[in-house]
Design a protein around this ligand. Structure first.
Ligand code: GAR
Length: 202
């Protein structure tokens, strides 16, 4: 059976992309193949990670388009030209419109650095999520991998993992712990679960 072709959308450092690359290299991604990385930021370090791993890359910047629809259409064209069957948002900082998400029902997954439904939705991304968790005073946080639909961070949950808050945590320290203990584990696992499902339904 042919493996599920995966496209990863990134904007920044790409440590979650790296976790996927390492998982594939170690043989964990049995049902999927990392086939394309698209960045909306030409300076994203994630692009270097992809190139080093021999994965095809594309840069598509919002600034270069007159509308969000034109930007999204360019992303869709790139995905289709490469036969992408599963889209992974790995630190992708653009919220996709309903026009985009409705094309790929249960074919887009996202990693979010909190236990959804806490500290999620519009405005909660990157360090802001950890600032909010520490500000609220929660004792545990974590990460969630979920399907992407028209509601920001609102799609069906695939995996979650809890991470303890520790005394002296800053948003930066907590972000690092959530990545190491949760995101880099559950994102590759979820990628395999969904890839397997798509592969068997072809
Ligand atoms: C990760 O913590 C990811 O969960 C978060 O941005 C970081 C990207 O890091 N994503 C969001 O906040 C999405 N709402 P990375 O580029 O090193 O993977």
């Amino acid at each position: 059976m042919e493996k599920t072709k995966i496209g990863v959308l990134v904007s920044g450092g790409g440590t979650n992309l790296q976790a996927l690359i390492d998982f594939e290299k170690d043989g964990g991604l049995k049902s999927g193949k990392l086939s394309l990385v698209i960045s909306d930021n030409p300076k994203a370090y994630a692009l270097e990670r992809a190139e080093k791993a021999g994965i095809k890359t594309a840069v598509i910047c919002k600034m270069d388009f007159e509308s969000r629809a034109d930007f999204e259409n360019a992303v869709i064209n790139e995905l289709e030209e490469n036969g992408i069957e599963l889209i992974i948002l790995a630190g992708f900082m653009t919220i996709l419109s309903a026009n985009f998400t409705s094309r790929y029902p249960e074919r887009i997954i996202n990693v979010h650095p909190s236990l959804i439904p806490s500290f999620c939705g519009k405005g909660f991304y990157g360090l802001k999520v950890h600032e909010a968790a520490l500000g609220y005073g929660v004792k545990v946080t974590g990460a969630t991998v979920h399907f992407v639909n028209e509601i920001p961070d609102g799609g069906r949950i695939i995996l979650q993992k809890v991470v303890e808050i520790e005394e002296g945590d800053t948003p930066e320290i907590l972000q690092k712990r959530v990545m190491e203990q949760a995101e880099w584990k559950i994102l590759p696992e979820a990628a395999e679960i969904v890839s397997e499902c798509i592969m068997h339904n072809k």
